[in-house]
Design a protein around this ligand. Sequence first.
Ligand code: PLP
Length: 396
Amino acid sequence: MADAAPLYETYMRAPLRFTRGEGVWLIAENGERYLDFAAGVAVNSLGHAHPHLVAALKDQAEKVWHLSNLYEVPGQESLGRRLTEATFADKVFFTNSGAEALECAIKTARRYHFANGHPGKFHIITFDGAFHGRTIATIAAGGQEKYIEGFGPKAPGFLKVPFGDLTAVKDAITEETAAILIEPVQGEGGIRPVPKEFMQELRQLCDEYGLLLILDEVQSGVGRTGRLFAHEWAGITPDIMAVAKGIGGGFPLGACLATNEAAAGMVAGTHGSTYGGNPLAMAVGNAVLDVVLEDGFLDHIRDVALVFRQGLAALKDRFPEIIEDVRGEGLMLGIKAKIPVADLLKAVRAEQLLAVPAGDNVLRLLPPLTVTAQEAREGLARIERAAEKLTAAKAA
Ligand SMILES: *Cc1c(COP(=O)(O)O)cnc(C)c1O
């Protein structure tokens, strides 16, 4: 029965009801099959109902669901070990969402300076167009007025500078600066990759001024861009990194990763979470990594991404009145539209292709990482049909 009346009206939902998923497909109540290149906003990294994830969740469900962090949780130890072995990090804290992973990252950075005798160093430099979540601290970090307005005083200690402006970053550094926080590829902001050189320059600035580099890889991480984490393309490492979305494959799971040095202030009692690192989440997170860390999986992502990217570039040439630009990295792609992005989203949805709108009039294409080249071509064919119809409607 349809009855949305009891729900907060915070979301603008599409009138679609899905009851089942299979790989890159979502099946609606009425039996219609949609090609899911939204993937729950880059969350369903292995598609829907992946047999390995289903088995891991079922197996854990029959043992124990929840323990809290009053006891040792073996799944946290194994997932933590695998994450630290695969990355720059030495330490991991598990959360249930991206915003919580960012909260942990922010607290870790501030606490680092506090522990080093500099409690006044708590300011964090962030960038125009950023998105870091919807908690009181992370809306301040993102700095977007539309998310901050009406929720009381903006949490102090976040300073926003223009995207890609190194001079502005330098000018913003003071005695109070603790860290720089950036998404290697802006997601909600409109699939804006940060130039490699800029990432390298930020790393240098942090080293020079004794600041911590915090990366928000909630959307860009866990294979999405064709590397395990997007910062690897720039050949740098952060001090702290927030991860979520794809790591859980659809189960609510996030993580804050840090070096030993950066995490040194986070001693017993300084942070916690009731659910964070719960056995169900750990079983699924470990199962996601079983697949993502398999030999050849990242190659597969890069190969399919190339097919998809080239196809999108061809569509851009064919439909210059619809598509202004194609951008992104790996399977984190965006079409910058010439028409209102809401119209493009509707048009592709009419072809039973799901995508996600973003800032800067961009349509995000975030297929499951398991997508095949053939499925990518099917997606392209649907975008092509949508563009044809939009072009015809424009001419009429
Ligand atoms: C989605 C997202 C978040 C917030 O994650 P939630 O799980 O919604 O709290 C933070 N940062 C980035 C880059 C994201 O894409």
